[in-house]
Design a protein around this ligand. Structure first.
Ligand code: BGC
Length: 799
């Protein structure tokens, strides 16, 4: 008998079932009698939030997952994972809820920024690297969300209809890769697939994942995704999270007693939970997977490196970049996001970073002695930013106070100071504000709950932001705002207090921001100011991007346009200064209607806490922009092959089958603005030789430029004789894409140096799913490319 069987035998049915559900938001119960401590989970995937969201307990914020994938470097993904394993240990977290390997089927998907790419191979390799890195610390992961959670609209109830072939070749492939890499956990999705909610989806969770792939880890539900007692128990789910609205507990005990669910099935789930507990070191007597964790990494340095390596230089006319500081006297840095960069995406992936380096700060630090000036130009933020000054926070009723660097607080789960939620009757944010200018200052309350805002002794707002009874998810994902103006005199300090009343026991979910706007100029005035600054400067760096109300978990995007007046801002600045460099701070594709009128475009995703420092390095050439697009960037929204994110009668049909991303752009024959794999560097490359066998490509290439450089060698395979223009006309495998990514490898070389790289080509390159994996014989073209639309060498292969 093994150790786990022995332990399972010691447990009552009630104890066993208790291990299959959360005891609160983030943890499983302990059973000290068998040496089991509580197992703690936390989001994921760009940082480790911990069991609260407590401002006093910050977390390193890495760039968004799409950015990580834009590095095309599984080894760097592993380093990122290792850092988050280290962060998990520091925060007492045993399982990190990530990575997200759903695919970028459409740029309208609200969590596009949280997914790696539109390609299953790239997503799988980055996901596997990340998971291996986290688990090196003996910390578990849950690759998520199995499967078809590629958009947000009605995500709790929608049924996604995906054909078997598309499931296997496209949507399941990254999960399969992570499971093969040894992932210890998986999260099932909110949505249904082919008629069954994923939390109860036996065909996918029991048959494919556990039986066919041999997954020995745990399947955790998404939060409140498990809604059936028996269905979920029979459908392959192991842990239902969180405690709230949990369909298991006593109901599952009763279902076992009545014979609807076999106790052996419960034992299998408990065995998986105990195996995970042992692996992460919370089960005494069974050795953990890792006894000696790897040496600590410098979190800021990793965040910086991933950011710089992820930036995609999409356009660089006449070598506008890198900038030569010696030739600069005045640099204009323009945009609201230049001082308030959007460094992470909205929803459960949010953490509170220890600091954020804005683009303006990064550039100012990197250009000592040069006049670096800022103008807002256009402000797309629909909510006022938090008053940027130290604020004291008091938990009313609990006698606990702390300070935060800006006037905002937010947590879900544990309360600051470990205070019990029942003790708290309210919250108070208090600060002394000294106006810089005379006039009407606008203050705002945003978040959720019932608030009172008092400025200089006068109550300027009192009310409830959401109607009573609004669900927690809506509260978190669609915050509201109320504003009120008050006339203040420059230099005369006023007390500002934001007081929130909290229902007993509800203090585990809190979000409150005290926003502020100084007396301002009109939108037209802001534009004019920016144009003036650009005209007087040697170079204009315009930072544009999306906001939390445009791109976030919880809803899909309605449009790919940049919000507010940002397009107009770029057009006017570019007309005033030919050296206009646009930095796009968006997690997913946005339209760039002015692209041909600007000198350079750098895509920086959601760049994490080191945003501005990495940006300065790349703009000044200290680092090369190493990123390549992990997703096709459209010229016009209507060109996107898939735009459907709204269910019809509760259903979204993935009619396009395996044709998503570049596979679909190829088939349609429409050129995108920037192709999959696109990204310029600061040096040039000559591809010398290519040799291919079914298992490997060997590529030699020379750095023909004047500086050390980095190239991502991309291998594409497809039926020979099929060109993107001729697809469908040739009659060759009409159901197969023209080409697909077969492998890739980043390389580095000095000027003049030739490097040779061996790139493994997985067996799946040559296979289709046809009730089983079938190798398709015939002639293939195998291409080594700089990007999908920049092939360099092609070889033929007969299979
Ligand atoms: C998200 C998951 C997340 C979970 C816990 C859900 O709303 O879909 O990705 O891990 O919440 O925060």
């Amino acid at each position: 008998m093994d150790d786990l069987t022995d332990l399972i035998k010691q447990l009552t049915l009630e104890e066993k079932v208790s291990l299959l559900g959360g005891q609160d938001f983030w943890s499983l119960p302990a059973i000290p009698r068998i040496g089991l401590r509580s197992l703690i989970m936390s989001d994921g995937p760009i940082g480790v939030r911990g069991t609260g969201w407590a401002p006093e307990d910050p977390s390193i914020a890495l760039p968004s997952p799409t950015a990580l994938a834009a590095t095309w470097d599984p080894a760097l993904a592993r380093t990122a994972g290792r850092l988050l394993g280290q962060e998990s240990r520091r925060k007492g977290v045993h399982v990190l809820l990530g990575p997200t390997v759903n695919l970028q089927r459409t740029p309208l998907g609200g969590r596009h920024f949280e997914c790696y790419s539109e390609d299953p191979l790239l997503s799988g390799e980055i996901g596997a690297g990340f998971v291996e890195g986290v688990q090196e610390h003996g910390v578990g992961t849950t690759v998520k969300h199995l499967v078809g959670n590629d958009f947000e609209t009605d995500r709790m109830t929608v049924d996604v209809r995906i054909g078997e072939r598309a499931l296997r070749e496209v949507y399941l492939a990254p999960f399969e890769r992570v499971v093969a890499a040894g992932g210890w956990g998986l999260m099932s999705a909110y949505n249904g697939v082919n008629g069954l909610p994923m939390a109860s989806n036996g065909p996918l969770q029991s048959d494919v994942l556990k039986d066919e792939w041999g997954f020995d880890g745990v399947v955790v539900s998404d939060w409140r995704a498990a809604r059936e007692t028996v269905g979920a128990a029979l459908g392959g789910l192991d842990i239902a999270m969180p405690a709230m609205e949990n369909p298991w507990g006593p109901k599952l005990v009763a279902a076992v007693r009545s014979g609807e669910v076999a106790e052996e099935l419960i034992d299998d789930k408990v065995r998986r939970v105990l195996r995970l507990a042992a692996r992460v070191g919370v089960l005494d007597g069974v050795p953990p997977a890792v006894r000696t964790p790897p040496a600590d990494l410098d979190g800021d340095a990793v965040a910086h490196e991933v950011a710089a390596r992820s930036f995609v230089l999409a356009r660089n006319e006449h070598f506008a970049l890198p900038l030569e500081p010696a030739g600069l006297t005045r640099v204009a840095v323009i945009g609201a996001l230049a001082t308030d960069a959007r460094v992470l995406g909205g929803g459960s992936a949010q953490v509170t970073p220890p600091h954020v380096i804005s683009p303006l700060e990064g550039l100012t630090r990197a250009l000592p002695g040069i006049d670096v000036a800022h103008a807002v130009g256009a402000d797309p933020r629909p909510f006022l930013p938090a008053l940027p000054q130290e604020t004291s926070v008091t938990l009313l009723g609990a006698d606990h106070a702390f300070t935060v660097p800006v006037a905002a607080v937010r947590w879900i789960g544990d309360l600051p100071g470990g205070i019990a939620p029942e003790a708290v009757t309210g919250l108070e944010l208090r600060t002394t504000f000294t106006p810089g200018e005379d006039g009407e200052h606008v203050f705002a309350v945003s978040g959720f709950g019932t608030f009172e805002l008092i400025v200089g002794g006068e109550t300027i707002y009192s009310g409830t932001l959401h109607p009573p009874g609004t669900g927690r998810a809506d509260l978190l994902l669609s915050p509201k705002e109320q504003r009120a103006g008050v006339t203040l005199a420059a230099g005369v300090p006023v007390e500002v207090t934001l007081r929130q009343s909290i229902q007993p026991g509800m203090a585990h979910t809190v979000s409150a921001t005290l926003g502020h706007q100084a007396p301002g100029v009109s939108a037209e005035g802001l534009l004019a100011e920016a144009v003036e600054l650009a005209r007087e400067s040697d170079v204009a760096i315009v930072v544009v991007g999306t906001t939390e109300q445009v791109e976030s978990e919880g809803f899909d995007r309605a449009s790919l346009e940049l919000p507010g007046d940002q397009d107009e801002l770029v057009v006017r600045v570019a007309a005033a200064n030919p050296r206009t460099i646009v930095v796009v701070n968006a997690g997913s594709p946005v339209l760039l209607p002015w692209v041909e009128d600007v000198a350079a475009v750098l895509l920086t995703w959601f760049p994490g806490q080191e945003a501005g420092a990495a940006l300065a390095d790349v703009l000044l050439g200290v680092a090369e922009p190493g990123g390549r697009l992990p997703t096709t960037w459209p010229r016009r929204e209507q060109d996107c092959p898939v735009l459907q994110v709204t269910p019809r009668d509760g259903v979204v049909e993935y009619d396009e089958g395996v044709f998503i991303g570049y596979r679909a752009w190829d088939r349609a024959g429409t050129p995108p603005l920037y192709a999959f794999g696109h990204g310029l560097g600061y040096t040039t490359w000559r591809y010398e030789t290519l040799e291919v066998s079914p298992a490997e490509a060997v590529v030699s290439l020379t750095n023909t430029g004047a500086r050390v450089g980095r190239e991502v060698v991309q291998m594409y395979a497809g039926p020979a004789g099929v060109t993107p223009e001729g697809i469908g006309a040739t009659g060759v495998s009409p159901e197969r894409p023209a080409r697909w990514l077969a492998g890739f490898a980043p390389v580095e070389a000095h000027p003049g140096e030739t490097v040779t790289v061996r790139i493994p080509l997985p067996e799946r390159t040559w296979q289709v799913w046809d009730g089983g994996w079938r190798t398709i014989p015939g002639a293939y073209a195998v291409t080594a490319a700089h990007a999908l639309d920049d092939p360099r060498l092609t070889a033929s292969l007969e299979l």
